[in-house]
Design a protein around this ligand. Structure first.
Ligand code: ASN
Ligand code: ZN
Length: 322
């Protein structure tokens, strides 16, 4: 009964979040027009009150606080990525202001999107370092905002794992784009450099080999599956949203490496058009999402093309039958 109550409360929470979703009817800007970010970084000064004191707004100089300046910088890179790769103007496609709060709480070992803004903890300095460090963490959190304004994937079970997965996909792509890496050159790690120096691990998650990111007595072992055979049924973590996301994460990795070159160009375009397209439903599950990516690949690159085959093979590689 307690577990069912927990699940129900989570669903109610996501329903309230859905109310906040704003549907934009703004016409796309002409291709020659440049989008400009509007950033604001706040300092929570180790309290848990949001948004905290404004410390750096758009166009202002470095503050000298490495954490503040890193958050500001990564917001800019993520904004530029969406503009350059997909011609998207910010989170909502209509220039939404990007707000981040840093130094949240004491030894707070997470980062999150609260429906309106990003929030970063400093970590405990031992197991976790500052969450403003890895670019793909900022990308991940900001994409929760993109998903909220587009597919609005419910944060529970398979749709929740897809919500987590698309945040990892575009989070990783922001970093790959920033470093101009090809799919083969990328490490496909989420949270690279986030773990303390004597933690046995390379980051929070591996899209390439889910379940192998860390194995440490203090943290336990990375619980992610990379195939439907190992799908985890649980009431924890909103029905395993950060666990089963390993499955669609690996499907994306397989598609991107099969297609080769820069992952944001073809595989990323297929996933982006799927996420922002008409076939999405808030409660969509893996199989229907897979089918939608195959349809998108056909529409973009031709129904009988290598792209469609690569995407089909990627999903069958993780045991998802569209
Ligand atoms: N970093 C986590 C995420 O973005 C925080 C959370 O689970 N709410 O998914
Ligand atoms: Zn997330």
């Amino acid at each position: 009964r307690a577990l069912r109550e927990m699940a129900r409360r989570t669903l109610v929470m996501s329903a309230t979040q859905r109310v906040e979703r704003r549907v934009t009817t703004v016409a796309p800007a002409a291709p020659s027009e440049d989008f400009v970010p509007n950033r604001a970084v706040h300092d929570a000064r180790h309290r848990e009150q949001l948004p905290g004191d404004p410390v750096r707004t758009e166009g202002q100089d470095s503050t000298g606080d490495e954490t503040v300046d890193q958050a500001y910088e990564w917001l800019g890179v993520t904004f530029d990525f969406f503009e350059q790769a997909y011609r998207r103007n910010s989170i909502d496609g209509a220039g939404l202001k990007l707000v981040s709060t840093v130094h949240y709480g004491r030894e707070y070992a997470n980062a999150f999107w609260n429906g309106r803004q990003m929030v970063y903890g400093d970590g405990d300095g031992e197991l976790f370092l500052s969450f403003t460090g890895p670019l793909e963490v900022t990308g991940h959190e900001l994409v929760h905002g993109v998903t909220q304004h587009t597919a609005a994937l419910e944060y529970y079970g398979q749709s929740g794992a897809l919500n987590e997965s698309v945040s990892d996909v575009f989070g990783s792509l922001v970093r790959q784009w920033h470093l101009r890496q090809t799919a083969d050159e990328a490490d496909w790690i989420i949270g690279a450099g986030l773990l303390g120096p004597d933690v046995n691990g390379v980051g929070l998650r591996s899209m390439k080999e889910p379940g192998t990111a860390y194995d440490d007595p203090r943290l336990g072992r990375d619980p992610q599956p990379g195939h439907m055979d190992d799908y985890v049924e649980t009431y924890r973590d909103n029905g395993g949203v950060h666990i089963n996301s390993g499955i669609p994460n690996r499907a994306f990795y397989l598609a991107a490496t099969a297609l080769g070159g820069h992952a944001w160009e073809k595989a990323g375009r297929i996933w982006y058009d799927t996420l922002t397209g008409d076939a999405m439903k808030p409660a969509i599950e893996f199989a229907a999402f897979a089918a939608a990516t195959i349809d998108t690949a056909g529409r973009l690159y031709g129904a009988g093309g290598a792209e469609v085959r690569a995407v089909q093979k990627a999903w069958s590689g993780v045991g998802v039958e569209p």
